[in-house]
Design a protein around this ligand. Structure first.
Ligand SMILES: CCCC(=O)SCCNC(=O)CCNC(=O)[C@H](O)C(C)(C)COP(=O)(O)OP(=O)(O)OC[C@H]1O[C@@H](n2cnc3c(N)ncnc32)[C@H](O)[C@@H]1OP(=O)(O)O
Length: 483
């Protein structure tokens, strides 16, 4: 399961609607999108409870794997979810690495704790459940939802030891079904508070399974773990504050193996900036790619100008104007991708890029650049700090993507020399047309402050967009001749 946020409480007497759809089949795994809404029939209001994504793996009875067929995409929304599913899968797989790093790091250091903080010792709760036939599916595997429900119960008892009230589940993070459990297994649930924040508490839960033989030998199978975040409210519905806590080191468990619980405890106490930074980066690059994909898929693009090899489209929504420049280029798509995603070469064709240098190469596909640009208004020149995320397609029908958005770096604050500007969403989608030609679509989304300048371009009084597009095609085709 991806992290689940609960936006609304569903109460007795209300009607719940659950919509689920396979967004994308990969090889043996598939992403299922789930949307839960709640309807109050008396007030005739429908509210969103949660949007969640689950990954299912197709497993035959017995050994082996099942190769899945691709899903058929019928609507615009299907196409959008299909392309974003790849990006979300990237995050999931990266998450695994982040979590492992977190666990290793938490072994190294003991965290800082306040003197008057409450010991987490008193929040340790253990419960044991026996998996019976009603808890399992037709393969005798315990239902994932049943395990989640048991985890929530034990975690909420753990949280209630601190808030002396009924905690409300706000989110479930880093939830993974690591291995199966079957009818007859004993499941041992260990929960403990990891840390408290202003109005929330994080509880770590670990689940271990034992069959009869494993129980006698005390050989646990670690099947699940997750972090559950709770709020608590008073009679008036106001959020309650939680006391500060200090980590415990004396946790007993059936299996004697307390290392994971200790890790859970230390995780939120240790300053693991590298792991947290990594998770943040992953989300930042997801939002970069997702924003461009959403922009490209919007309905209502209107064509404003057509040349032989260049078409310009615009899209207006409130204060935001977006434009798309479609260019036919006679070089292979992979080469166009490689040339356009290297922003240090952009000055070679874009006169609005005076200088461009790499500030940070996060990895091969994520780079942060510092860009300077001439003044448009006769005032100061402009500068930008941008994250450029690039992706290769998974299938030939999908585009190469280069997404650009502004980010803030403390090492590169605004200066008096330049006017710091922001790129909301920009970038390229590059489609292969043949082995020697491609269509390059450039997108840019701008707000009111740059609108007058662009409007002038778009009404045709200036040809600067076409000129830049022509320069881009010329640059790509000249470079293409060198290969
Ligand atoms: C109808 C009721 C359904 C239920 O409630 S079932 C009960 C709850 N679930 C369970 O008990 C499942 C417990 N887990 C397992 O048995 C195994 O972990 C499971 C799911 C079979 C996977 O086995 P593994 O050997 O780990 O498989 P694998 O490493 O080869 O990966 C298989 C595919 O999964 C993908 N995967 C692995 N970790 C992932 C992650 N964190 N997020 C998203 N996808 C992930 C992996 O990339 C692979 O996908 P693909 O084959 O490339 O499509």
């Amino acid at each position: 399961m991806d992290d689940i946020q609960f936006e609304e409480t569903a109460r007795v007497g209300q009607i719940i609607t659950i919509k689920a759809k396979v967004n994308r089949a990969f090889s043996t795994s598939m992403e299922v999108g789930i949307k839960v809404t709640v309807q109050d029939t008396l007030a005739n209001i429908e509210k969103l409870v949660s949007v969640a994504y689950a990954t299912y793996v197709a497993k035959p009875v017995g050994a082996g794997k099942i190769e899945l067929k691709p899903v058929k995409l019928l609507s615009r929304q299907d196409h959008l979810e299909h392309s974003l599913a790849t990006e979300r899968r990237r995050i999931r797989l990266d998450y695994e690495q982040v979590f492992q790093n977190l666990m290793q790091e938490s072994d190294k250091e003991d965290g800082y704790c306040e003197e008057d903080a409450v010991s987490t010792d008193l929040t340790h709760v253990q419960s044991i459940e026996l998996v019976l036939p009603p808890h399992a599916n037709h393969h005798e595997n315990a239902f994932g939802g049943q395990i989640m429900a048991w985890m929530e119960t034990v975690a909420s008892i753990s949280a209630s030891r601190l808030c002396h009230s009924y905690p409300i589940l706000k989110s479930v993070d880093m939830f993974k079904f690591r291995g199966p459990s079957i009818v007859g297994d004993r499941l041992v649930f260990n929960a403990i508070v990891n840390n408290t924040f202003q109005n929330s508490v994080e509880v770590g839960v670990r689940v271990e399974a034992y069959n009869c033989e494993e129980w006698i030998k005390d050989q646990a199978r670690h099947i699940n773990s997750a972090f559950l975040i709770f709020n608590a409210v008073n009679d008036k519905g106001e959020l309650l504050a939680f006391p500060r806590v200090k980590p415990t080191t004396k946790v007993s468990s059936h299996s004697q193996d307390i290392s994971f619980l200790e890790c859970l405890v230390k995780c939120t106490f240790t300053p693991l900036f590298s792991a947290i930074f990594l998770a943040f980066q992953v989300y930042l690059s997801y939002s970069n790619i997702a924003t461009l994909t959403h922009l490209a898929a919007k309905p209502g693009w209107e064509i404003t100008s057509t040349l032989d090899d260049i078409k310009i489209w615009t899209h207006e929504e409130g204060d935001v104007l977006s434009f798309k420049v479609e260019m036919q280029v006679k070089i292979p798509s992979d080469l166009a991708f490689s040339l356009l995603s290297d922003f240090t070469r952009r000055q070679q064709w874009d006169k609005y890029y005076l200088t461009c240098e790499v500030l940070q190469a996060v990895n091969e596909d994520e780079k942060i650049y510092y860009v300077t640009s001439p003044s448009m208004t006769g005032y100061k020149p402009k500068d930008f700090v941008v994250l450029v995320s690039r992706r290769q397609p998974c299938q030939p029908s999908e585009p190469y993507i280069v997404a650009v958005k502004s980010v803030t770096l403390t090492s590169m604050p605004p200066s008096s020399e330049y006017c710091r500007s922001e790129i909301l969403c920009a970038g390229f989608q590059i489609y292969s047309d043949s082995s020697s030609s491609c269509t390059v679509c450039y997108f840019n989304q701008v707000t009111l402050d740059v609108l007058p300048h662009l409007a002038a371009n778009l009404t045709g009084s200036s040809k600067s967009i076409e000129d830049t597009a022509l320069a881009c095609i010329k640059f790509l085709e000249l470079e293409g001749k060198k290969y």
